[in-house]
Design a protein around this ligand. Sequence first.
Ligand code: GRF
Length: 227
Amino acid sequence: MPASRYRLSTCFEPPLCYSTRVSHSFRLGVLGSGKGSNFAAIADAIAAAKIPAETAIVLSDVETAGILSQARERRIPAQFVPPGKFRTKLDEDAERAFVGALQSARVDLIVLAGFMRVLKGEFLRAFEGRILNIHPSLLPSFPGLEAWKQALDHGVKVTGCTVHFVDAGVDSGAIVAQQTVPVHDDDTPETLHQRIHTAEHELYPKCVAAIARGEISMAGRRVIWKK
Ligand code: GRF
């Protein structure tokens, strides 16, 4: 993977970042397809002034997704964008609609919070190095769907969650941070998933805050925390 794929926007990099942020706040665009508990954790951390950012827009490919109601309850602009004819990715028109909405909202960082479609082509090019995701395993183990179930079936004793930048692969981008979660002998997929979710709600806001503060930089595909 070329190192340039992981180049962060200058907006993340002090001192440019600091001078840029004098005049505008760090703007998040959040994408999700589900209930939106990770989005809620981030929005609550913003409200508690733990993340120096604002959520500019929340978009979903599912009209009834909880993440849209979570946003509306918080008076954050929220929009359903029809995903088009495919099941696991956006079609060209949908991709254009998502990119257009995010560009109009002038987002600095895109936060995927349970967005169930693979992003490709124009979307990745428009926001290269500025798309963050959370995955419910310790990557590179168990990429893809139902990672908690994969971990349980495999018999690992420790799993967790990973915040990573998004590249053209599936859950393969540069890792920002990970948090471990023990697997108990009597775990079911549901109990393990719940424990991982709790860890996600701690880890994701910390990572978004660090990026908004310009506290991380890139060395190849390694993400370096400045303190
Ligand atoms: C989380 O488990 C996250 O790891 C995965 O999708 C789930 C989203 O849950 N990418 P929620 O909608 O944030 O509750």
